[in-house]
Ligand binder design. Structure first.
Ligand code: SF4
Ligand code: SF4
Length: 384
């Protein structure tokens, strides 16, 4: 049986030459650039630009990582376009702000790579999708020949871990993203949708910036954590298995990986993956802080409403707003898929009866003013 391959290289800091060497080694491990990219190709680096964040906050793909990958591809002869559809509205003004904050302006200036400013969208068929047979995606996909996913190794409040597969959610234009949350509010269905979107984006290669990742309240409000890993694979699904095992997660604990296993997109056994480079044990962090995402509804349809509400209130995690940290920017209100956040005296309040627990409010709050509260009964149950 041919094993799926994942390249795993040690690189401990964002030193341009060191990262470039790790990326060149990754290409060598996986059979050479020419196996994936033609010299005449226009290549989209679909990086993770969640929101305006400084590189050292570890919420976005680091500019040195992006620069090194862009330089390797440009030196080879390809044309490079850097892009993403971050959270919030997808327009030129917002893109300019995000590129500047995340250091991508400089990457473009120093390498000759282009930054995407095409904010149009288009409808595409997705025959390999399980649920999403048609999708609205960013038009920048039409401007390129190949896509390389360049994700960041981080935790996620809804999907536990955000890796190569979830990174492709950024091909969905800005405010279309909340619609997917709304139509698929359960994490299982939403994870299937993420797999469908990844299949549609069809990255020819997936790289992951795991030099410094994010633990705790990811994908935006957690803490940076040194990991020292550069990962790459033609399979985003197998890449995610290796990346999640570095942070001590089993495949069954990550909903997107579970869906990929069910759909025969990847193996359920990490031993079946051929690691090219350093073994996973070199990087494994057993104390990496993982968010407890248990969001099981323990209510049944036959229960009267008062009982459902009583049980829900004691068992479901919920967003809470730290009004002392909040600056009243309304980003959470705009990001909330079911529109259940109301601003009262410039501070947000959520209608928890209608809240779908997607935690987009936490993800897009620039001030870390949204936390996920886990009721005592849920915390107690988590110990069993
Ligand atoms: S909670 Fe965060 S996102 Fe919401 S208004 Fe306050 S600062 Fe803005
Ligand atoms: S309040 Fe927050 S967690 Fe609830 S639906 Fe809105 S964005 Fe999602």
């Amino acid at each position: 049986m041919i094993k799926e391959q994942v390249s795993l290289i040690q690189c401990k800091e964002y030193d341009f030459e060191a990262v470039k060497a790790a990326i060149l080694q990754s290409f060598d491990n996986l059979g050479g650039i020419e196996k994936y990219i033609k010299k005449t190709d226009r290549v989209l680096l679909k990086i993770n630009l969640l929101m305006k964040k400084k590189p050292e906050e570890a919420a976005t793909t680091h500019p040195v990582f992006t620069k090194a990958l862009a330089q390797v591809l440009i030196d080879y002869g390809a044309a490079v376009i850097i892009g993403d559809s971050p959270g919030g509205p997808f327009n030129e003004r917002m893109l300019k702000g995000v590129y500047k904050a995340c250091g991508m302006d400089q990457v473009a200036a120093e390498t000759g790579a282009a930054l995407n400013f095409n904010t149009n969208s288009m409808e595409v068929q997705n025959p390999k999708g399980k649920y999403l047979k048609e999708l609205t995606v960013v038009e920048m996909l039409r401007d390129v020949d190949k896509v390389i996913s360049v994700s960041k190794l981080k935790t996620h409040g809804l999907t536990v871990f955000t890796g190569a597969v979830k990174n492709m959610f950024g091909i969905i234009p800005g405010l279309k993203k909340p619609e997917y949350h709304l139509t698929m509010p359960e994490v299982k269905e939403f994870s299937d949708a993420l797999v469908d979107i990844c299949l549609c984006g069809n990255p020819v290669l997936s790289f992951m910036d795991g030099i410094v990742g994010m633990e705790g309240a990811g994908p935006s409000a957690g803490e940076p954590r040194e990991i020292g890993a550069v990962l790459a694979s033609p399979s985003p699904y197998h890449l995610d298995i290796v990346a999640s095992s570095i942070i001590n997660l089993k495949p069954a604990e990550v909903p997107t990986i579970q869906r990929c296993i069910e759909r025969n997109l990847c193996t359920e056994n990490p031993e079946d993956i051929e690691i090219l480079g350093e073994p996973v044990s070199t990087f494994r962090l057993e104390d990496f802080k993982i968010p407890d995402t248990r969001n099981k509804r323990l209510v049944a349809d036959w229960m009267p409403d008062f009982l459902k509400s009583f049980i829900d209130n004691r068992t479901r995690p919920r967003p809470t707003f730290q009004h002392d940290l909040c600056v009243g920017c309304r980003d959470c209100e705009k990001a909330c898929p079911p529109n259940v956040i109301t601003m009262i005296n410039d501070r947000p309040e959520a209608d928890l009866q209608e809240c779908i627990r997607c935690f987009c409010c936490q993800e897009l709050c620039p001030k870390k003013a949204v936390t996920v509260h886990r009721p005592w009964l849920l915390r107690k149950m988590s110990k069993f």
